[in-house]
Ligand binder design. Structure first.
Ligand code: MN
Ligand code: MN
Length: 435
């Protein structure tokens, strides 16, 4: 099923730390069992050599363990890589891996460096790149996370690809368990393996190789991007008060560098003079804790052409209403997308316009909640809003567009809330919210 299709992929860091083995995250059955911080070893020069570290033996080639004030590190040490250097595990992780996350930053006052994660299933005899290359531009550490989702024995290598002299710090290589045993709670599904944002399930399969359903796992949300429509198929995210703050709306709409060239994507030029808004799937105001998180929502992979009457009308009102539910430690899971006709109208260079936009909001009581906490009495708000001129009157209430989740599933062919217990799904997906 889905997990097999998710065999490899570059994803960006998950919003929820996976370094805490306790409490809530245990319900997600995804936690760190290997984390290498390069604290236990010493390697002061760049020449290729093995070094014994806390997790096992690693080989550092054109790489050393840096301890200076110019090394960007957590703790006292980080790996520092130059030229075409490599940092390589010399042991397998026998149980496979769920995700691999890597802290990375540019060393000292050096310039940008490009690197990638590689995996080997044959004890290092051959390697294949996982997902897309990462270009590190910041002197402050960022975390890149890659989806593996494979129970087979595996080892990893971080490889600097640009060959240039600019140095790169690598730290806290963390590998989570892979659990395909249905630990996510109700449905035994895979959403929680991909991201906290998809803890209730992926609305439809997406992989890091499918140009019509390209999986992008970001810190703030998860996207399935459709290169044929140049639109997201769906976007999913969690929302609780931890994502909320007061930073300015960044408005830096831009193409998404995480999409490979083989997946066509919309550009700002496509929207100019189109008459359509660049409508957010995951709203800007759902991610205003930090400027980085807010800016991420302006990636065009999170954007769908929306009529002003829709985007600035009941669509925005439901976004605001959803945020009003967050007090008292509530937890929302949201998913959105478009309903497309057989030959949808297009703007710009082939950007499809959906005839309607849909959204599902699942309201839970506890920020730690996941699929297992969704029950017969869980409030689920589902809407389908027209995205054609003249079909939404001024001042329209979002409540006027409520439908059942079953209605959205019928319109899209997706299976929403797929990781929720099937009996619960049957009940709550047939309801229309009337609160
Ligand atoms: Mn909007
Ligand atoms: Mn469903």
């Amino acid at each position: 099923m889905l997990l097999a299709a998710l065999a490899a992929g570059c994803v960006e860091p998950p919003a929820t730390s996976s370094t805490d083995r306790g409490g809530s995250l245990a319900t997600l059955a995804t936690f760190t069992t290997l984390s290498e911080g390069f604290e236990a070893g010493s390697k002061p020069s760049y020449g290729a050599a093995s070094v014994a570290l806390a997790s096992g033996s690693w080989r550092l080639d054109d790489a050393l363990i840096g301890t200076t004030s110019s090394d960007v590190k957590s703790g006292a040490r980080a790996a520092r890589v130059r030229n075409a250097g490599k940092v390589t595990m010399e042991f397998d992780r026998g149980d496979g891996a769920g995700t691999v996350s890597v802290r990375h930053a540019v060393y000292g006052s050096d310039s940008a460096a490009t690197w990638a994660l590689f995996r080997s299933a044959d004890e290092g005899a051959s390697w294949s790149q996982v997902g897309s290359a990462v270009t590190t531009t910041s002197h402050t550490a960022a975390t890149a996370t890659f989806t593996i989702a494979d129970p087979a024995p595996v080892r990893f290598e971080i490889r600097k690809l640009d060959g240039g002299a600019d140095r790169l710090n690598i730290d806290d290589v963390a590998i989570t368990d892979f659990d395909d045993g249905g630990g996510g709670g109700g449905g035994g599904g895979s959403g929680a393996e991909v991201s906290r944002h998809t803890a209730l399930g992926l609305p439809a399969p997406a992989t890091p190789t499918d140009a019509a359903a390209y999986l992008l796992v970001k810190p703030g949300f998860v996207v399935s991007y459709n290169g044929a429509r140049k639109n997201p198929n769906w976007v999913a995210w969690e929302l609780n008060s931890s994502y909320r703050g007061s930073v300015q709306r960044q408005s830096d709409f831009r193409v998404d560098p995480a999409l490979p060239g083989s997946v066509p994507q919309a550009t700002n030029a496509d929207f100019e003079q189109s008459g359509y808004d660049r409508g957010h799937n995951c709203p800007s105001a759902d991610r205003n804790r930090t400027t980085v998180a807010n800016s991420e929502t302006f990636l065009l992979t999170n954007i769908t052409p929306q009529t002003a009457a829709n985007n600035r009308g009941p669509w925005e009102r439901l976004e605001s209403y959803s945020r009003s539910l967050l007090s008292g430690g509530r937890q929302l899971f949201l998913a959105t997308g478009g309903v497309y006709g057989a030959s949808p109208p297009e703007i710009g260079d082939g950007v499809a316009v959906p005839e309607a936009t849909w959204k599902v909001v699942v309201v839970l009581d506890d920020t730690a909640a996941g699929a297992g906490e969704v029950g017969d009495a869980t409030r689920v708000i589902a809407v389908i809003m027209p995205n054609t001129d003249g079909d939404i009157p001024d001042g329209a209430d979002w409540r006027d567009y409520r439908v059942s989740v079953d209605d959205i599933e019928a319109a899209t062919g997706y299976d929403l809330l797929a990781d929720v217990d099937p009996g619960v799904q049957a009940l709550i997906e047939a309801n229309v919210d009337d609160n």
